[in-house]
Design a binder for this molecule. Sequence first.
Ligand SMILES: *Cc1c(COP(=O)(O)O)cnc(C)c1O
Length: 398
Amino acid sequence: MKKPAKTKPWGDATLAIHAGEEHFRVGAPVGTSIARTSNFTFAGTEEMKRWAEGKSSAYIYTRYGNPTLSIAEKKIAALEGAEDAVVTASGSAAIASALLSQLSAGDEVIATRQLYGGSYRLLRDVFPRYGIVVRHVESDLAGIERLVNPRTKALYVETPTNPTLRLVDLSKAAAFAREWGLVSLIDNTFASPVLQKPLEMGFNIVLHSASKYLSGHSDVIAGAAAGSAALIRKVRANVIQLGGSMDPEAAFLLIRGMKTLGVRIERQCKSAMAVAKYLERHPKVARVHYPGLPSHPDFALAKRQMRGFGAMLAFDCKGGPKAGLAAARRFCDRVRVFLLAASLGGTESLVVLPIYTSHYKMSPEELRAVGVGPGTVRVSIGLEDPEDLIEDLRQALG
Ligand SMILES: *Cc1c(COP(=O)(O)O)cnc(C)c1O
């Protein structure tokens, strides 16, 4: 069977299934094989010599590369429209390796304030110890021109944000980075490449916690970085040196999960919209944070830069700090279909209280600044029947 002649570029669902695989050879396995090995044989001493001289791209040791990892890398690069990608042991490994590929002692980085907790702590607790200065900007980028100076080397953003789903205008952020000669990096975990293509909007490096939507089944910790071949070469060097390489078994789970990425995201977005609309009408809900609702402050921007509104949302229970928290706790303790668990992007719908998870130990002022209250509940919509999700919300809020 011959590979069909391409008449037009493949869509995301097709890429997620076929990119990087050798499906179109006679007798090829349709399922993905795991190269469960730590090392590979050299063809001969000539190959060994060429490798030492940096002229051979042969696999030699899995921390440096492995055929199963390469399949995952090709899929993610294809989905992000990138020249290359590198997969890592976790999203955190991808983020640290990518940022450190651009930052040295004395350099500065501008980052959005609303970040995944682990990333925020990396910038707050680790980078300063190595002489890297971090400056934070709000998601609307207000006053960013006052934060930049000749030592600034990178711009790091996350959009949509956790948990209030505020958006960063990616074209505007990329243009600012270009103007100042900064490398722009984005954590695209919440949107997934199906809903948001940051490289098309001028970003340089896209990062993922593939533990979330890309793998999609809450069964693996994984990460990825995608971008130009030159930038990814530097990220990959850090992944190899710092030891954040992915294991082939994890790569298999990621690849297997990605084969259903298209349908998962489509269904999850639809269910999330139904849930958001239901919650917005509920008398015990003060406010719903979902970029697909016209009431969300970034609704217009979401329509412009995303291909769908995603499957993450949050809502605030009515009542002041005390009554709101009590209502949110009662809701979370009563859900029966939703699970009370951290993480996101899997087949199971989840709820968490940000004040006890991602936003633990933040002062009331810090919480107000990011729009999180004691009564805020974060929701990740999975793949259950939407009617069952809504019925669960009804009984748990009741
Ligand atoms: C989970 C997450 C991370 C961290 O990824 P790990 O795979 O847990 O290391 C980074 N960014 C976002 C937005 C996340 O949700």
